[in-house]
Design a protein around this ligand. Structure first.
Ligand code: URA
Length: 443
């Protein structure tokens, strides 16, 4: 078999066999197929697409390219959750404890942030002492004892995806539905959960900008999950503006803690409750969304969800005082208001621009090796639909003197990110559709 023949075959719109896909993935991860050939193949896929069978084969080949986790020693149905990425997305920190408090074990591996999107692992490290690296035995024991652990991804999980994703990032081939679907699902399959809830973001801050493309992506992932025997559902949720008000690691932990106390922003709370409801249904603890919703809100009201977060923080060496008193989390020395230059109603907030602004203040990484400032970030005081007067504060920049240089550019980006309309703006739905193996339900 030769890579050049497989590139040509895909370029000409033909379907590759399972053996041909396995040959490409193995050859690329072992270094026999060079970047330029894999890039040409990815571009051919970008234009020609892949069949459901090819996408499933690519997923399985990448899932099997490194370590796979067997969660068999954890009791109960293990349900994982994955977001396709967004700005201000701290849902894992909220729904992990919530779902665990309802009796569904959560054994979660999360990532770090890169570029304008944040990562759960960085957020949790804002809690002093919190360790995101547990040995396998400790990870399993903790989930069996308290029902919840969130750790960083094992170093050698899905190395083929890691390599291909980095290549796609620099060859304009990220936004291909079969390539995203196989990338996400290969990681989920390798991580070993029995069931998977996908949060597929749609809108300006997401990979998929339109609802129809987001539904196509969701269907591709649900199909893969179903084919490999993992019960999978996907919620299509809004990323036309950041989720909640806080962007930045410690700021987001504060907001997640407030949400677990029942005092969080309504958009964040609602998205968390919807995702968590599907986790309870797949985990066999609730028959439908209504029952799940009642169970989840009870865990917020009776304090059990908060208690679960504290148990996890304590088990992973973190300072629970910072959960009881979030003002003890790292705070930035400087706070600067970004003021509106016009009056009207907030019509749009370009999530990606806000994410980049937070990164320029030190909250995110420009390269894999950048050191992040856990206290830095952006707090949005105005969201879509809110009335605004000229001179009113739209957002607050949180940063330390070491990032003073990023402040002007961050301020400019935030002002550009806000669209202000002269007329009242209808609020957007938070959730647009649910995709299950049975079909698509639009709301
Ligand atoms: N997230 C992933 O893990 N992979 C993609 O290709 C896109 C988003």
């Amino acid at each position: 078999m030769r890579a050049v023949d497989l590139i040509r075959k895909k370029r000409d719109g033909q379907e590759l066999t399972s053996e041909e896909i396995a040959f490409l993935v193995k050859g690329y991860s072992e270094g026999q197929i060079p970047d330029y050939q894999m890039a040409a193949w990815a571009m051919a896929v970008y234009y020609q697409g892949m069949t459901a069978r090819e996408t499933a084969d690519l997923t399985l080949a990448m899932a099997g390219s490194g370590d796979t986790i067997d969660l068999g020693s954890i009791h109960g149905i293990k349900v994982d959750k994955h977001s396709t990425g967004g700005v201000g997305d701290k849902t894992t920190v909220v729904l992990g404890p919530l779902v665990a408090a309802c009796g569904v074990p959560v054994a979660k591996m999360s990532g770090r942030g890169l570029g304008h999107t944040g990562g759960t692992i960085d957020k949790l490290e804002a809690i002093s002492g919190f360790s995101v690296e547990l040995g396998k035995e400790q990870f399993f024991r903790q989930v069996n004892e308290i029902g919840l652990a969130v750790v960083g991804q094992s170093g050698n999980m899905t190395p083929a995806d890691k390599k291909l994703y980095a290549l796609r990032d620099v060859t304009a081939t990220v936004d291909s539905i079969p390539l995203i679907a196989s990338s996400v699902m290969s990681k989920k399959i390798a991580a070993g959960a029995d069931a998977i809830v996908l949060d597929v973001k749609t809108g300006s801050g997401a990979f998929m900008k339109t609802l129809e493309d987001s539904i196509r992506l969701a269907k591709a992932m649900v199909d893969i999950g179903t084919q490999v025997g993992r019960r999978t559902v996907a919620v299509i949720s809004d990323m036309d503006q950041p989720l909640g008000h806080a962007i930045g690691n410690a700021l987001e932990i504060q907001e997640a803690v407030a949400t677990l106390r029942g005092e969080g922003p309504t958009d964040l709370e609602e998205v968390c409750l919807i995702l968590a409801s599907h986790m309870l249904i797949l985990g066999g603890k609730a028959a439908d969304e209504e029952e799940a919703h009642t169970m989840l809100t009870a865990q917020i009201k009776n304090g059990e969800a908060m208690e679960k977060l504290k148990q996890m923080v304590s088990a992973q060496g973190g300072n629970t005082e910072q959960i009881d008193h979030p003002e003890l989390l790292p705070t930035a020395e400087l706070k600067v208001d970004v003021k509106a230059t016009g009056s009207g109603f907030v019509e749009s907030i370009q999530a990606e621009e806000i994410g980049i602004a937070a990164m320029m203040l030190g909250a995110g990484r420009e390269t894999k090796d950048s050191v992040i400032d856990l206290a830095a970030g952006v707090e949005l005081l105005k969201k879509i639909g809110d009335p605004v007067e000229v001179g009113e504060t739209l957002a607050v920049l949180h940063f330390n003197p070491s990032h003073e240089a990023g402040r002007v550019e961050a301020e400019r980006r935030i002002l550009n990110a806000y669209g202000i309309s002269g007329t009242k703006v209808p609020t957007r739905p938070l959730v647009f559709a649910l995709v299950t193996p049975d079909g698509v339900k639009r709301f």
